[in-house]
Design a protein around this ligand. Structure first.
Ligand code: FAD
Length: 341
């Protein structure tokens, strides 16, 4: 059944920051590696915020999302892993010899000794604004992501939502636009510093919900916001509305594959092992006692998952890779960079 397929040591499902960095580290540990990503390009959720500044990745001064994706992509390709784009893995089964066969939505099958699941929240879909007829404005001034900051310059922008993304966009837009944030609770998600910065620089309306859109047929001109308890309403003039009500992904295939979830996420232990031998998890997808739900956290998960995969394949292997300066595989590469080793 699987004789015709090329065997890989590690197959990583998901090409976001967790999957990309894990592929690089897999090369450092000399494993034959494949990455399968549903989207036509690598980058994961960072592709949703190409122009946002990222401040909290160690060793990186503030970097735009798209630049971090470019750097990660370059690093991912260091050891020339096989990268498969545009395929969603829909099935995972064990072959008779213990290897694992993955099947994609295209029907293509992939054979591997181990799997690292780095699927974030599955194929993410933005939670839509639950106001009738809102979808007609999606082609004009109702936005679910911010691809380009400049289009909001000098505009009256209402942001609906109170999570990380809403706070981040409010801060990014504050210097160039007149921003009002509408949120149904008083508490906001995200770093405390960012929340403080937002409160100091934009108009924050809580506890309010966006309840009506008033348009001229093609674009929104005003919105009604309603106070949660009193029902008191206000109308605000707007040039653009940004909705950040979170993302909904579908992780139900994981259960079909026999994987255990906890709080809707993939349950892993401190070695990033799932309940299925040879299958590991990393990144936003997983939950464990010391999970850090940030890009930096995905890197640590990825290293631990990969080291566990290495030991699964070869129980005699070193537990971790040596630091990169001691890695044989970098000697040639250092020479090409003109660096003495
Ligand atoms: C607006 C916003 C701003 C943020 N800002 C920051 C910040 O400043 N600093 C920070 O540290 N973090 C930030 N984050 C969080 C950060 O982006 C995530 O923690 C990170 O992207 C998680 O990486 P990941 O690889 O685990 O998952 P993801 O980035 O979600 O990538 C998962 C990938 O898996 C793919 N996939 C899913 N299912 C399948 C399948 N079945 N088959 C094939 N492919 C599949 C998806 O298409 C996706 O590309 C922000 C998030 C958002 C939304």
């Amino acid at each position: 059944m699987s004789n015709d397929l090329e065997l890989f040591d590690v197959t990583i499902i998901g090409g976001g920051p967790a999957g990309m960095y894990t592929a690089f580290y897999s090369g450092m540990r000399d494993l034959k590696t494949k990455v399968i990503e549903f989207n036509p390009r690598l980058g994961g959720k960072i592709l949703l915020y190409p122009e946002k500044m990222i401040w909290d990745v160690g060793g990186l001064t503030p970097t735009m999302g798209e630049n971090l994706v470019a750097q990660l992509e370059q690093q991912t390709k260091t050891f020339e892993p096989t990268i498969v784009l545009g395929q969603q893995v829909v099935d995972l089964e064990r072959a008779e010899n213990g290897h694992i066969i993955l099947t994609a939505n295209t029907g293509e099958r992939h054979l591997t000794k181990t799997v690292i699941l780095a699927m974030g929240h599955g194929i993410p879909k933005m939670a839509k604004l639950e106001i009738e007829g809102a979808d007609r404005y999606e082609v004009t001034n109702l936005h679910y992501t911010v691809q380009e900051l400049e289009i909001f310059r000098g505009k009256k922008v209402v942001i609906s939502g109170g999570g990380n993304s809403a706070v981040d966009w409010a801060n990014e837009l504050a210097p160039i636009a007149d921003v009002t944030v509408v949120h149904r609770r008083d508490l906001f998600g995200g770093h405390e510093k960012n929340v403080e910065r937002m409160k100091a620089s934009v108009d924050v309306r809580t506890p309010f919900a966006l309840s009506e859109l008033h348009g001229n047929g093609s674009s929104i001109e005003e919105v009604t916001i309603t106070e949660m308890e009193s029902g008191k309403q206000e109308r605000l003039k707007v040039d653009a509305v940004i909705v950040n009500h979170g993302m909904r992904g579908d992780l139900s295939p994981l259960m079909k594959w026999g994987l255990e979830l906890q709080d809707g996420l993939l349950a892993v232990n401190e070695k990033m092992e799932t309940n299925i031998p040879g299958v590991f998890g990393a990144g936003d997808l997983v939950t464990h006692a010391s999970k850090v739900r940030l890009i930096a956290g995905t890197f640590v998960d990825g290293v631990n998952a990969l080291n566990s995969a290495k030991l699964y394949i070869d129980p005699e292997a070193e537990k971790v890779a040596y630091v990169s300066s001691h890695n044989e595989r970098f000697k040639e590469k250092n020479k090409k960079l003109g660096v003495e080793v």
